[in-house]
Structure formats: structure tokens, C-alpha cells
Design a protein around this ligand. Structure first.
Ligand code: C5P
Ligand code: MG
Length: 205
């Protein structure tokens, strides 16, 4: 019984709900190829967070043969945003199953629906939002050069992903900016230099 939101709120692992776990969440946002994943790996090593990439969780869900797999695969191929309830369930489960209580959530929320649904379902507001700001030409160069075997790293899908980022994801960053929660990083620089800037954000929490 109940709505999707009611069900998600009740979701528990080993009798524990997310509300009982006092979690700190940092959203890591930026266009495709802005270096979110790379920098998250560095942040995990230095600051002891657990890295949860929404895109990686969705790709794992496809591989697991889940009933949503085909739908997710088609959305990713088109650079579209998967319905929030699917992604939020994966994030909730991952947070509950991990003993850590500090999470970097990378690539989420991607649109206003993602943002509002996550806050409603989990009751979690981010401590802050790390925003990797990078020119499109540089992101395109990185995506085309990275060779991770991803079905969405081709020029047609990349263009669609850029459009979705501008139209749907930037407004989320603007929303958090209006709350004073955005920490903007110049992500066009080399990885090590970007991490220096990232470190100063995390050491002044
Ligand atoms: O963040 P990443 O580049 O790995 O995301 C790849 C794709 O996964 C996105 O283009 C989108 O199709 C899907 N995705 C989504 N919702 C999210 C994050 C990723 O639908 N919150
Ligand atoms: Mg990524």
C-alpha cells in the first residue's frame, strides 16, 4: 500500500532505515567529462568518504539483469535521465548497506525531479554541492579520449548529454547556489591542480 514515496521512505536493510543513520551527503555535480569520478576517487582516499556514482549504479543495475535493465540502457544510450524512483532506490540501498556515514553522491541530482524526490524520500539535504565547472570543448575532448567502453561516449550521445546538462542539471546547481551551498571548482585545469582546490573546500567544512 501507499505511494512510491511512502514505500521508498519505509525501505530498510537489516531493519535499519536511512533516517536512523545520521549521514553526511555531498553532491558532486558537473557536466559529463568534468572530472567528477576522478576527483571523487581522490576525495575518498584523503577524506574517507564513500563514493556513490549514480551512473555507475545504473550501469551495474543493467548488468545485474534487473527488470529495469533495458529501460535504463535505452535512457543512457539517449543521454536521458532515468526516472528518479529507480535511481533513488539504488542510492538508498547503497547508503544503507555501507557502514560509512559520509557519502559523495556523484552525478545526482541531475534534474529538479531527482532533487525534489531525493529530499522528500530520504529527508537528506546535502552539506554542500561540489560543482566542477568545465568548458564543453574540454569535456568533449576528455569523453572522446577516455575509452572506457561506454555506449554513451560517442559524439551523438555526448551532444545530447551536454544539452540535458544545460537544460536540466544547471538549474539544480543554480537552486543550491541560491541556498549558498555551491562550491565551484575550475575543472578545466590538470587533475592535480583541481584536487588542490577540492582539498581546500573539504578542509574548510
Ligand atoms: O554520471 P554519468 O555520466 O555516469 O551518467 C551516465 C548516464 O546515466 C546519464 O547520461 C544518464 O542517462 C544516466 N543517469 C541518470 N540519472 C542520474 C545519473 C545518471 O539517468 N542521476
Ligand atoms: Mg562518472
Amino acid at each position: 500500500m501507499g505511494t512510491v514515496v511512502d514505500q521508498a521512505k519505509k525501505s530498510e536493510v537489516n531493519g535499519k532505515s536511512l533516517a536512523e543513520k545520521n549521514v553526511t551527503v555531498v553532491f558532486v555535480l558537473g557536466g559529463p567529462g568534468s572530472g567528477k569520478g576522478t576527483q571523487c576517487t581522490n576525495i575518498v582516499e584523503t577524506f574517507g568518504f564513500t563514493h556513490l556514482s549514480a551512473g555507475d549504479l545504473l550501469r551495474a543495475e543493467i548488468k545485474s539483469g534487473s527488470e529495469n535493465g533495458t529501460m535504463i540502457q535505452n535512457m543512457i544510450k539517449e543521454g536521458k535521465i532515468v526516472p528518479s524512483e529507480v535511481t533513488i532506490k539504488l542510492l538508498q540501498k547503497a547508503m544503507l548497506e555501507d557502514a560509512n556515514n559520509k557519502f559523495l553522491i556523484d552525478g545526482f541530482p541531475r534534474n529538479e525531479e531527482n532533487r525534489a524526490a531525493f529530499e522528500l524520500v530520504t529527508g537528506i539535504s546535502p552539506a554542500f554541492v561540489l560543482f566542477f565547472d568545465c568548458p564543453e570543448a574540454e569535456m568533449e575532448r576528455r569523453l572522446l579520449g577516455r575509452n572506457q567502453g561506454r555506449e554513451d561516449d560517442n559524439i551523438d550521445t555526448i551532444r545530447k548529454r551536454f544539452k540535458v546538462f544545460l537544460e536540466s542539471s544547471l538549474p539544480v546547481i543554480e537552486y543550491y547556489d541560491s541556498l549558498g551551498k555551491v562550491r565551484k571548482i575550475n575543472a578545466a585545469k590538470p587533475v592535480d591542480e583541481v584536487f588542490e582546490d577540492v582539498k581546500s573546500v573539504f578542509t574548510t567544512i
